[in-house]
Write a protein of this length. Structure first.
Length: 402
């Protein structure tokens, strides 16, 4: 590893992200948009296109493993925070409206993804059809829980019934999507996907039962005598061990980090304290490295020809219609007003960072080709960028943070 090269890579990435944070904030977009665009600008889509020699010197292929490793540690910490903020009590409070909206916002895009998988498979012909179809379906169903929470805060909707229902739906969507992703990952890594469904399901079930049962009870008992949230080294050891277990058994490290956050003894004060300790490192330093690494992997130049661009438009259109349509239908059936139902559909259509995490997993597993990966990254960027402007249009009277 060339330490000097790694240091200048980190410095450039953070500088570009900082500049784009200011620009996207003025445009009313969440910070994640600036970071995604920064990654694309630093990758072959822009820097590698206009200045290939500079790109080759700054990001030579041999140096990317160190960048990848740091970005994965950032993702592990990020997924722990996502799990920590997953308030399942929201589902109980708003279970009538949120229940049907959440289910339809998963089932409708999931079904659309399954239907879309067959024509898309021509772009990744080496991937087994079953895990490929399931992966496309999960990718269409994702909601970026952290980005949605940030948008609700910026629009001062967090304390409204719409905000509570949106958070409850996103919590359900994230939990379902990550469970499905863990199953797909295990199924793909074991090989012979079509005949190995029971094995991954058994591993997944055993791990979840162990975590929500004995491990969770042990943490709660220990927390009565020792405030666990104040012991940062212990937190990191637990998160890393949980991630190691899921990576070792083939479920992927990120699922272990997510489950570690879900079962950690929670309260509002605990979540704030943990976020204060981990967010600076994870969100400010390590996650921008993930976006840069994603941008280096994504090459918009691979999307060539009218047929691929039409296919990309179809992916974006179906993703929006299925996700927003499912949530809108569920909310209307349960008596939500028309405008709030539209707003809920728009909010749940936010894919953002979580979608990029899922897409990177698909690329690492060989399920997605470089071309399809790049197209799906553009879909994630588009569906996230449209959220705030549409929300302002649908709810013009809602107070916002400028």
């Amino acid at each position: 590893m060339n330490l000097a090269l790694l240091l200048i890579q980190i410095a450039v990435i953070l500088a570009v992200c900082r500049v784009l944070h200011g620009i996207t904030r003025r445009l009313g977009q969440p910070p994640v948009i600036g970071e995604i665009i920064a990654g694309l600008l630093l990758g072959p889509s822009f820097l590698g296109w206009i200045a290939p020699s500079w790109y080759g010197r700054l990001f030579p292929a041999a140096s990317l493993s160190a960048l990848h490793g740091l970005s994965q540690i950032g993702l592990v910490l990020f997924m722990f925070l996502v799990g920590l903020r997953l308030d399942l009590s929201e589902l109980k409070t708003f279970r009538r409206v949120a229940g049907l909206s959440a289910v339809l916002s998963i089932i409708v895009p999931f079904s659309a993804g399954l239907a879309l998988a067959r024509p898309l498979h021509a772009l990744s012909p080496s991937a087994p059809m079953l895990p490929f179809s399931l992966f496309v379906a999960v990718s269409m169903s994702i909601t970026a829980f952290p980005v949605l929470a940030r948008i609700l805060t910026d629009h001062r909707l967090s304390a409204t019934s719409l905000g509570h229902v949106a958070i409850a739906c996103a919590a359900f969507d994230d939990a379902a999507a990550w469970t499905l992703l863990a199953w797909i990952t295990a199924m793909t890594r074991r090989g012979d996907a079509e005949s190995s469904i029971l094995g991954p399901l058994g591993l997944l079930a055993a791990y979840v039962i162990l975590m929500v049962g004995p491990v969770r009870i042990l943490l709660r008992v220990t927390n009565r005598y020792w405030t666990l949230s104040k012991d940062l080294p212990l937190i990191l050891v637990f998160v890393l061990l949980s991630s190691w277990v899921t990576e070792t058994i083939g479920l992927h490290a990120l699922f272990g980090a997510f489950m570690a956050g879900v079962i950690w003894p929670q309260s509002e004060s605990v979540a704030k304290e943990m976020a204060g300790k981990l967010e600076t490192v994870a969100m400010v330093i390590l996650l921008p490295l993930f976006f840069s690494y994603t941008g280096i992997r994504a090459d918009v130049g691979l999307v060539q020809g009218a047929s691929l661009w039409l296919l990309l438009l179809a992916i974006v259109g179906i993703a929006i219609a299925a996700k927003a349509g499912g949530a809108f239908t569920g909310a209307r059936i349960m008596g939500f007003g028309k405008r709030d139902s539209f707003a809920l559909g728009v909010l749940l259509n936010t894919r953002g960072l979580v979608e990029l995490v899922v897409l990177n997993v698909g690329l690492e597993l060989g399920i997605l080709s470089q071309t399809l990966f790049s197209m799906m990254v553009l879909m994630a960027l588009t569906t996230t960028m449209m959220t705030s402007p549409l929300l302002r249009y649908i709810l013009p009277e809602a107070p916002r943070v400028d």
